[in-house]
Design a protein around this ligand. Structure first.
Ligand SMILES: Nc1nc2c(ncn2[C@@H]2O[C@H](COP(=O)(O)OP(=O)(O)OP(=O)(O)O)[C@@H](O)[C@H]2O)c(=O)[nH]1
Ligand SMILES: [Mg+2]
Length: 193
């Protein structure tokens, strides 16, 4: 898809604030700082439509980006951000769960993990949660620019094996830094929407 007019539409913490139309929603999920907001900017060729930060915990609400009135990218707060108070972590966890559990328009979950590390305990919990939700999803091993290009494919395979030994969940490398694996992901998204 050639994106022409991507717009930030709304930040939400409860269902009454979600967009009122029925466009498909593609949701970014993963730990804080893994690159969810950067992913959106990379896919739509914008530097900073989605706000990013080198400090974990930048995204604190459910942010809806309207992509040419065709679909939404939905940016979620990351998990595992310890500087948030217990109470705030609980509130964020609750509104994320409420969204993932009830929102009928979710067409795809894009689950980001860091290509440099084994999945964390929280990654595994989230993985199991997504599996049990039966929502369609793919795994992206992000920050692929951080390892030697010759090791990318084997590392992606090893990570997939760890999370998804049956190998039925599509798993791709990604890098917002180098913007080189974008076309594969667009191909996947185009088929879904
Ligand atoms: N090297 C490299 N850095 C990246 C990549 N993607 C994101 N980053 C950097 O990682 C940091 C976090 O990126 P964000 O996109 O804000 O991460 P996030 O997952 O939205 O984080 P939260 O909003 O806290 O959940 C920023 O400094 C980005 O520049 C990537 O592919 N490669
Ligand atoms: Mg973010």
């Amino acid at each position: 898809m050639l994106v022409k007019n991507p717009k930030f539409e709304i930040s939400a913490v409860s269902p009454k604030q979600y967009p009122k139309n029925n466009l498909p929603e593609i949701v970014l999920v993963g730990k804080s700082n893994v690159g969810k907001s950067s992913f959106i900017n990379t896919m739509i060729n914008r530097k900073s439509l989605a706000r990013t930060s080198s400090e974990p915990g930048k995204t604190r609400q459910i942010n809806f980006y309207n992509i040419d009135d065709v679909f939404y990218f939905v940016d979620l707060p990351g998990y595992g951000f310890s500087k948030m108070s217990k109470k705030e972590q609980e509130q964020v966890g609750n509104f994320i769960e409420e969204y993932l559990f009830n929102r009928k328009q979710i067409s795809l979950i894009i689950f980001l993990i860091d290509i440099r590390h084994s999945p964390t305990e929280n990654d595994k919990l989230m993985y199991n949660y997504i599996i049990s939700s039966k929502l369609p999803f793919i795994i992206l091993a992000n920050k692929a620019d951080k390892i030697a290009i010759t090791k990318v494919n084997d590392t992606v395979k090893a990570l997939q094996k760890e999370l998804n030994p049956i190998g039925d969940i599509p798993t791709f490398p990604f890098s917002s830094e180098r913007k080189i694996y974008k076309d594969d992901i667009w191909k996947y998204i185009d088929e879904i929407i």
